[in-house]
Design a protein around this ligand. Structure first.
Ligand SMILES: Cc1cc2nc3c(=O)[nH]c(=O)nc-3n(C[C@H](O)[C@H](O)[C@H](O)COP(=O)(O)OP(=O)(O)OC[C@H]3O[C@@H](n4cnc5c(N)ncnc54)[C@H](O)[C@@H]3O)c2cc1C
Length: 384
C-alpha cells in the first residue's frame, strides 16, 4: 500500500494550485458571482494549459492522465474558489460519454474543441417529473429515415445557456420492459431547429455556472448523432456516473479544504477576551474535527479515483466518496462561517459562498439519499 502521490501527480497538483492562486482574481470573482457570469477568460487559460480534460487521451487534446489527476486539479481549483472551481470543473461535463461510447468522428469533432477551450458541453438527464428516478423518461427520440426526432423537456441542466452541445438521454422505446432498456443518448448541438435553452435564476449557489431548462420540439438530428448503441443509454449514463461522481467529490473536497483554510487563518488572527480564537480549546476542537473529516473525505475520494484508474469500478465506493465528501463540505463550510462570526456572514469573507456552493454537491449527480441507496443495495445484495 502506498499513500503517496507520484512525483508527476505532485507536479500537477502544484501547477493547479499556482494557476488558481495566480489567476482567480477576488474582485472579479465577486463581480461574476453577483452578475451570474461564467469565468470565460480563466476557463480559456486553464484549457490552454491543459487543465481541462487532462484525463482525455492526447489524440483528443488531453494529457492522457487519469481521473486521479483530474481530481487533484478540481480539488485545487475549488479550494482556491468554490464558484470558479465548479464552473471550470463542469465546463466539459458529460463529454466523457463521448470518449467512452462515441465514434472516432464524434470524438474528433467534440472532444478536441472541449479540451482546447472552444466548446462547452452539457449533459441532460433530469426532467421536470423524473429527477432521482430516470428509469423512465418523457423525452422521446423517434426514429425517422436518416434521423431521430426529439420531443420533450429537460430541466436543471448545467451550462444550459452556453453549451455548444448537449448529451441528451431520451426514451427511444416506450414499450421497453423495464423502460430503462429503451433509452438512448444523443448529441444535440446548440442552435438545432426546435431546440430552446432558457436559464433558471436566481439560485442559491454555483452562480458562475448557468442552470436551465431545455425544450425540444420536433428537433431533428442525424442518426450519426446517436451515441453508441441504441437503447443502451441508461447503462451508459450509469457508467458515466461512476466517473462523474468522483469529480463531484473532488469539488466538495476542495470546497471543504478552502473553507477550512479561511477559518484557520481567521482564528489565528482574531482576538476576543484578549486571546486569539485559536487559543480557545473549543476552537481547537472544531479545527480538529474539521481537519479529520476532510482527511477522511480525501482518502475516500482519492481511493475512488485510484480504483477507477485501475479499472476497478466500484459504484459503492464512488457513492461513499460522493455523499461523505459532500456532507463534509457542507459541515465544514457551516463551521467556518460560525468561526468567523458575523464576518462569516458577509460576502467579502468568502466562506458564505463556499457554504452555498457546497450544498449542490449533495444534490446533483445523485442526492445523498440516492448514494446511500446504491451503497446499501451493494451491501445487502439480492434477498432470496
Ligand atoms: C444547480 C443544479 C445543477 C444541475 N445540473 C444538472 C445537469 O447538468 N444535468 C442533469 O441532468 N441534472 C442536473 N441537475 C439535477 C439534479 O441531478 C437533480 O436535481 C437530482 O438528481 C434530484 O432530482 P430532483 O431534483 O427531481 O429531486 P427528487 O428526485 O424529486 O428528490 C426529492 C427528494 O427525495 C429524495 N428521494 C428521491 N427518491 C428517493 C428514494 N428512492 N429514496 C430516498 N430518498 C429519495 C431525494 O434524495 C431528495 O431528497 C442539477 C440540479 C441543480 C439544482
Amino acid at each position: 500500500m502506498d499513500f503517496e502521490l507520484t512525483p508527476e501527480q505532485m507536479d500537477i497538483q502544484k501547477a493547479a494550485r499556482e494557476f488558481a492562486q495566480g489567476e482567480f482574481d477576488r474582485e472579479k470573482i465577486l463581480e461574476w458571482e453577483q452578475t451570474h457570469t461564467f469565468p470565460r477568460e480563466i476557463w480559456k487559460k486553464a484549457s490552454q494549459l491543459g487543465f481541462i480534460g487532462i484525463h482525455f487521451p492526447e489524440e483528443y487534446g488531453g494529457q492522457g492522465c487519469g481521473v486521479m489527476e483530474n481530481t487533484l486539479i478540481v480539488e485545487e481549483f475549488c479550494r482556491q474558489d468554490s464558484g470558479v472551481g465548479i464552473a471550470l470543473s463542469l465546463a466539459d461535463f458529460s463529454s466523457e460519454l463521448i470518449l467512452r461510447f462515441g465514434t472516432q468522428e464524434q470524438k474528433k469533432k467534440y472532444l478536441v474543441p472541449v479540451t482546447r477551450g472552444e466548446f462547452i458541453s452539457a449533459g441532460a438527464y433530469t426532467e421536470p417529473d423524473h429527477g432521482s428516478d430516470i428509469t423512465f423518461l418523457s423525452t422521446t427520440a423517434t426514429k425517422a429515415r436518416d434521423s431521430y426526432i426529439i420531443n420533450g423537456t429537460k430541466t436543471f441542466i448545467t451550462n444550459s445557456a452556453m453549451a455548444d452541445f448537449f448529451i441528451v438521454l431520451c426514451q427511444t422505446n416506450s414499450e421497453a420492459n423495464p423502460p430503462y432498456r429503451g433509452q438512448s443518448t444523443f448529441i444535440v448541438e446548440k442552435g438545432a431547429k426546435g431546440f430552446e435553452a432558457t436559464e433558471i435564476t436566481p439560485k442559491m449557489g454555483i452562480r458562475m455556472t448557468s442552470t436551465g431548462e431545455l425544450s425540444f420540439s420536433d428537433v431533428e438530428i442525424p442518426t450519426s448523432n446517436l451515441l453508441g448503441e441504441e437503447n443502451k443509454g441508461f447503462y451508459q449514463v450509469l457508467e458515466f456516473f461512476d466517473e462523474s461522481r468522483i469529480e463531484i467529490a473532488a469539488q466538495a473536497l476542495g470546497i471543504a479544504q478552502g473553507a477550512f483554510d479561511r477559518a484557520l487563518d481567521y482564528a489565528k488572527k482574531r482576538e476576543q477576551f484578549k486571546k486569539k480564537l485559536v487559543e480557545f480549546q473549543i476552537t481547537q476542537h472544531k479545527l480538529a474535527d474539521m481537519a479529520t473529516k476532510i482527511e477522511a473525505a480525501r482518502l475516500l475520494t482519492y481511493k475512488a479515483a485510484w480504483n477507477f484508474d485501475k479499472k476497478k469500478i466500484d459504484p459503492k465506493l464512488t457513492s461513499m466518496a460522493k455523499w461523505f465528501t459532500a456532507r463534509t463540505a457542507v459541515e465544514v463550510a457551516d463551521e467556518a462561517i460560525q468561526m468567523l462570526g458575523g464576518y462569516g456572514y458577509l460576502t467579502e469573507y468568502e466562506v458564505e459562498r463556499f457554504y452555498r456552493d457546497a450544498k449542490i454537491t449533495e444534490i446533483y449527480e445523485g442526492t445523498r439519499e440516492i448514494q446511500k441507496n446504491t451503497i446499501a443495495s451493494a451491501l445487502i445484495g439480492k434477498l432470496s
